[in-house]
Structures are given as C-alpha cells and as structure tokens.
Design a binder for this molecule. Structure first.
Ligand code: PMP
Length: 369
C-alpha cells in the first residue's frame, strides 16, 4: 500500500494528474526565488508583535473578532494614505494571504459552470485556485514582450464572457505593469460581455514606478483590488492579504469565508506591523533601487530584461532556461524558473545577495560565449 498515489484515490476528476504549487524551498546561501522581502522585521517591531500577541494570548479561550474590524480599519487607513483614493472599513476585507482572498472571490463569483480568465504568463495560482474552486480557467493572450494588447484581451473577454477577470499589475512573473487605460478597457469589455468581477491583483504595487489603481474603484462596483502584506511589508510568514472593493463585494465574500478565519494571533501581528508601516516602506525604496540596479547590470552583461515595476526581474533569453537555472543554483543562488520558455526570474535581495547573483550570471554568460 506504500505506493498508493494521488490518482489511486477517488480525487475529483479535475485534480487528476495535476501537481501542487511548488516553488522549491532549498537550503542554499542566496534565495531569490519567491519574491520575499530579504530584510527581517526590525527589532522594535518584533518587540511590538510580541507585546500584542501576549495580550491576544490572554483571550485565546475566545474566538477572534470574526469581522477583524480594527485590522480592516487600519488597512483602510493605509490604503487611503498611500493609494490616492479614500476607502473605509466597509470597502476592505482581509484573509490569510491574498491567495485566500482570491480563493474567496472565486468561491463567491466563480465555481462550477463558471469561468475565470487571466492573461498569461501571469500568477499561476489564479488558474490553480480556479481549478480548486471548480471554476473553468481560460488562458488569455499577451504580446511577445509580455504587455497586454487591450484589443486582443477585450476580444478574448467578449468571446468567452468569463465570470471573473484577473489583471495582475505589476505582473508576476514578468514584472511589467498594466496601464489604468487598459484596466478600464478590460473592465468595460467584461461588463459588456457579462457583468463580471474584475480583480486587479496589486500584490507588488508598492514597488511600482507608477501609482496604485485604487482610484479606479470609484463608479466601478465590479472592480476589486487585491493586496498583500507578504511583499512590501516584509511579512510573508504572517499570511495576511486584503482587498478593497464596493461594500457589496465585501458583504458577498462573507458568504463563503470560514467563520473566524483570521486568528487572533494573525490579527494582533498584522496590527503591530501596520503600526510600523513607515519603517517597512523604507525598505521598499531600498529594494526599488536594487531592482533598478539589477535591470541595468543584467542589460550591461548582455541579457534581455523585461521592464520591471515589481521587486523582481525577468531576464533571458536562454536556449534552455531550466539548464541555466540549474547552473545558477550550482553557484549557490536560487532563482525561479516559472516555465516561461527562455526566461528566468530573480527577486531583488540585499545588495550582497544581488552581487552574488550578478557574479553567478556573469560567469554563466562567459560560459555561454
Ligand atoms: N498575487 C501575486 C501576483 C503573487 O505573486 C502572490 C505571491 N507570490 C500572491 C498574490 C499571493 O501572496 P500571499 O498569499 O502571500 O498574499
């Protein structure tokens, strides 16, 4: 029985033969593969988390605030202060990572008999979570330079009339941003085809040269902007994602959320992190400078680089990207092979980590010549 496999079990048909999300977690000196923030939380914040969690621990015999009111209020303040658009508690919802936000959105607006579209290559979990929620997945088009052609994308929306549209900006794994005009064009196309929900995934927006698309929420009740504390806030281990949308959307996702899904410990930790927003965003400007340095140096070495508004950079082209990935790993640096033919992705790390990465790819380039 020890060789019993997933497909020997009575799993749902759409899960047969599929693999789980699996970025390698390898123990190597330089890990630049999952778009994490390389800076540990500052000691003053670690202390504040301990304080807040100690206080929360005194009440762990009780369920947490099911509606996470204080946390959503603070998140709304953060968005209002930085996003160029006023939102309040009623516009904001939070969950365990933006992956759970996306799952709740698909449970609410997708599901069996319904479809969602994303413009690929893009964040692979959109399609995987669609599958997990029984939502049909449609792979929409991108240009060869990884930009979205608004007309081709609008045509794909008109032809398929999806229930949910994902637009990731800045996009993962390619790094480039999508303009407000394109998002508006796709929103309009999606409303004309079928009143559908348009999710703008802004997981990396704090690293962008441009502004958040939050102001587009005005007058667009089917638009959702999703965010996370995993990247700019340097708190991937916390698991806290959130969305901003019309209050009716916030009410609707509560139909599918599990009661008390955000633990009291999570809420206390996130609140402590939000008290230190300005310090944490200070790391963002350092990372943006390092990201720009990576782009410049990779180009100087002779690589093709996709324009980046994120905390990572897509570079190529390789005849065999996986082979190149392996050779960079042999030099102690873990980058990401997202399966985009010819391209790899590197997350901006500390200056020393980025130097180690640049040394590794310089050596690789010499070997290739
Ligand atoms: N959206 C995008 C575009 C991402 O790249 C990621 C993480 N890699 C997420 C959402 C999910 O992040 P989390 O669940 O940690 O908030």
């Amino acid at each position: 029985m020890s060789d019993l496999r997933i497909d020997d079990l009575p799993v749902r048909d759409e899960l047969r033969g599929k693999s789980p999300y699996g970025a390698p977690q390898l123990d190597v000196p330089v890990r630049l593969n999952t778009n994490e923030n390389p800076y540990p939380l500052p000691e003053a914040l670690v202390e504040r988390i301990a304080e807040r969690v100690r206080e929360a621990a005194r009440h762990l015999n009780r369920y947490p605030d099911r509606d996470a009111v204080e946390l959503r209020t603070r998140l709304a303040e953060y968005l209002t202060r930085t996003g160029g658009h006023e939102v309040t508690l009623t516009n904001v919802w939070a969950a365990n990572g933006s992956n759970e936000v996306i799952q709740q959105l698909l449970q609410t607006f997708g599901g069996p008999g319904r479809t969602a579209i994303g413009f690929e290559p893009s964040y692979s979990m959109h399609g995987l979570i669609a599958r997990g929620t029984g939502t049909g997945w449609i792979s929409g088009p991108r240009n060869d330079d990884f930009t979205i052609d608004p007309e081709a994308a609008a045509r794909a929306i008109a032809e398929n009339a999806p229930d949910v549209v994902f637009i990731t900006t800045p996009n993962n794994p390619t790094g480039n941003a999508v303009s407000a005009e394109t998002v508006v064009a796709l929103y309009d196309a999606a409303q004309a085809a079928k009143p559908s929900i348009v999710v703008v995934d802004e997981a990396y927006v704090e690293f962008s040269h441009g502004a958040s698309l939050l102001p587009l929420l005005a007058g667009r009740p089917h638009l959702v902007v999703s965010r996370t504390m995993s990247k700019a806030f340097g708190a991937a281990g916390l698991r806290l994602g959130y969305l901003a949308a019309h209050p009716a959307v916030v009410d609707a996702v509560q139909l599918v959320r599990l009661p008390y899904h955000l633990s009291a410990v999570t809420q206390a930790t996130a609140l402590a992190a939000l008290e230190h927003t300005d310090t944490l965003l200070g790391y963002v400007s350092r990372l943006k400078a390092e990201r720009d340095r990576l782009v410049d140096e990779l180009r100087a070495i002779g690589f093709d680089v996709t324009e980046s508004d994120a905390n990572f950079v897509q570079f190529g082209r390789f005849a065999d990207a996986h082979e190149a990935w392996r050779k960079i790993l042999d030099r102690g640096v873990l980058v990401r092979d997202n399966g985009v033919p010819g391209w790899l992705r590197v997350t901006a790390g500390t200056p020393a980590e980025n130097d180690a990465f640049l040394d590794a790819v310089r050596a690789l380039k010499k070997e290739q010549l």
